[in-house]
Design a protein around this ligand. Sequence first.
Ligand code: NAD
Ligand code: TYD
Length: 340
Amino acid sequence: MKKIIVTGGAGFIGGNFVHYMLKKYSDYKIICLDCLTYAGNLETLEIVLDNPNFRFVKADITDREAVFKLFEEEHPDMVVNFAAESHVDRSIENPGIFLKTNILGTQTLMDACRRFGIERYHQVSTDEVYGDLPLDRPDLFFTEETPIHTSSPYSASKASADLLVGAYYRTYGLPVTISRCSNNYGPYHFPEKLIPLMIINALHNKPLPAYGKGENVRDWLYVEDHCKAIDLIIHKGTVGEVYNIGGHNEKTNIEIVKIILKELGKSEELITYVTDRKGHDLRYAIDPTKIHNELGWLPETKFEDGIKKTIRWYLNNKGWWEKIISGEYKNYYEKMYVDK
Ligand code: NAD
Ligand code: TYD
């Protein structure tokens, strides 16, 4: 039996990863370490809370004592670090918490790995560490050799963490890997991000706020394909290496918004152009050749299918996001753990 600590497992991608791993490996123990910030929602994990192969621990990755205590109790074989402040707009308003969680939290986890020993520490990073590409050069893509060149406090904090992970590999020989993925979409995506926000606003016939001219390009990947890539990297990837993950699925924001409106049978008149994001990255586009050649990874879900599945999920799981919008989800932990 392998034991994996998954940090940030009550969030969007971490939650999907927990479900994916528990389903795939019946002999693994998955320990979710998450402090349940506004973006963490225990209801995302509701269906596995009673699974004997799963444990939830409410703790902050920057809390050295709590992290070391958990390592002492569990002696994990691997750590996959999803925990982060992840929203660019929030990082523009309040960078401090991004630096604390994303950089110092990474340090704390790696210090615990050094202290107790680990088979693999995996850092879940982002394509945003490469900055952006111009809109008029569709021939350009981010490779693992593209220089780090960040735009937002969020991407700067993620890039700093990546550099620290590289330093722990070189200096202490910590067995690390890093993945840099493009924008994800799918179930359990927090409704402040583009796709869930637009789905929910459209359902409520509320304005759909497109930043600037809506012409910025993102490279969208279905979240399960990201989970599969991380699974491959932690089991078969080479220690010390960085792997880019993306599915060559570039779309402008306005294309995304129009696809959602069409699927829901709503009018494009709901689209409202609003003030652009400060420092707004123009285009992200991943070259996934390395992970394809070395590990055989390819995205499996086509965008046309993935977006339909995602919209259906939001329609069938109104309870999940309505509680988030009302703020009620924050009481769930108290109900599940504290009041018992
Ligand atoms: P998210 O905001 O949905 O979830 C983050 C989770 O981390 C939440 O459950 C939150 O409670 C937890 N967390 C935050 N601070 C913590 C702390 N100090 N201690 C413990 N837990 C803490 O984020 P996401 O979209 O699922 O992203 C997960 C990871 O993937 C992040 O590292 C992000 O940078 C990276 N990533 C995201 C995308 C994307 O499109 N969403 C793309 C590439 C990479
Ligand atoms: P987001 O989901 O915040 O992801 P990221 O900034 O990490 O790529 O935003 C995706 C794109 O959508 C980005 O170009 C900003 C844009 N956007 C809007 O136009 N309106 C919105 O309300 C939001 C949240 C994002």
